[in-house]
Design a protein around this ligand. Structure first.
Ligand SMILES: [Ca+2]
Length: 302
């Protein structure tokens, strides 16, 4: 039993463990930093400038960013900025070309306690992007795998019956790591971002090497009552999720209903830790792409 919810033993452990780590988020989302951040951003809107500025590499509708501008690409705007470190485009390590997006020397807080370094950019997708979002990014993590929940990418869409809307009104899918393993989550709007459907893999985060992360988010699977569970691949191998559970605080007895959606509207990329990070850690992200079809890991040579 867990707050009146019956779980199998494994899930009780998972939920309690995860609760201890993510409780930080509950406290972190209510102060002004996030409310101000969420409320200050405008509603997603058609962005002809952004959609024209990125290259449509590969198949139709695919958007790609290789960061070879040497600066934050057009259409992307700073979103979260908490604790120590910087998020910048630089030439310190790349998967392709000369430049990559670099989350540099992130640090702040303590593992297991509320708050953590968050450095992200956001991007408004072109209108009518659709309900299926495949993604691909190459990630290099060094020098240590974080124990805390470390988000890398998320994509958001309006709740059923709505169009557009502010960032904090959108359902969202997330690709992240937790306890040194890859993780994927479906969330209701943030804050609070739960009750959420959490999937934790048994695959350790690739360290000190480039890893190709791919994901598939389907907000409108045919014949299904709710949005699909997120799927993630690392270097072409789909991840298994031995730990799958609902997280909420306080706990809820009802299962999470992953609301369906019609169009993804917003992307967020960078690194966002919901608990502390005591080891200065760097992430590099390069050759980010999203589209309605699988993009794969083929691309520029390293
Ligand atoms: Ca590059």
């Amino acid at each position: 039993m867990c707050g009146g919810i019956r779980y199998v033993t494994r899930r009780v452990c998972d939920v309690r463990c995860y609760s201890r780590w993510v409780r930080a988020r509950i406290l972190a989302v209510t102060p002004g930093w996030l409310l101000a951040s969420c409320l200050s951003v405008s509603s997603p809107s058609p962005s002809s400038v952004a959609s024209e500025a990125v290259s449509h590499c590969g198949s139709p509708g695919t958007l790609c960013w290789d960061f070879e501008e040497g600066r934050v690409p057009p259409g992307w705007t700073p979103h979260r900025d908490e604790f120590e470190g910087q998020l910048q485009v630089d030439d310190t390590r790349t998967h392709s070309g000369r430049y990559a997006l670099h989350a540099k020397a992130l640090l702040g807080g303590r593992e297991g306690l509320q708050g953590g370094p968050k450095k992200t950019l956001r991007f408004n997708l072109p209108v009518n992007f659709g309900p299926v979002l495949w993604g691909r990014v190459f990630v290099y993590t060094s020098p240590a795998r974080p124990m805390s929940h470390a988000g890398l990418f998320n994509a958001r869409y309006p709740r059923p019956g709505r169009e557009g809307g502010a960032f904090d009104t959108l359902d969202w899918y997330e690709v992240a790591s937790f306890q040194e393993r890859y993780m994927a989550i479906w969330h209701p709007p943030e804050p609070p971002g739960f009750p959420e459907w959490v999937q934790v893999s048994d695959t350790p985060v690739v360290l000190d090497a480039w890893a190709c992360l791919e994901w598939h988010f389907d907000a409108a699977p045919g014949g299904e009552a709710q949005a699909a569970e997120p799927r993630v691949w690392v270097d072409g191998v789909e991840l298994a999720w031995p730990r799958r559970f609902v997280f909420s605080d306080p706990p809820v007895s009802a299962p999470v209903v992953r609301e369906k959606g019609r169009d993804f509207t917003v992307l967020e990329v960078g690194v966002f830790l919901y608990q502390g990070l005591s080891v200065p850690t760097d992430w590099w992200l390069d050759d980010l792409a999203v589209g309605p079809r699988r993009i794969g890991c083929a691309g520029p040579s390293r």
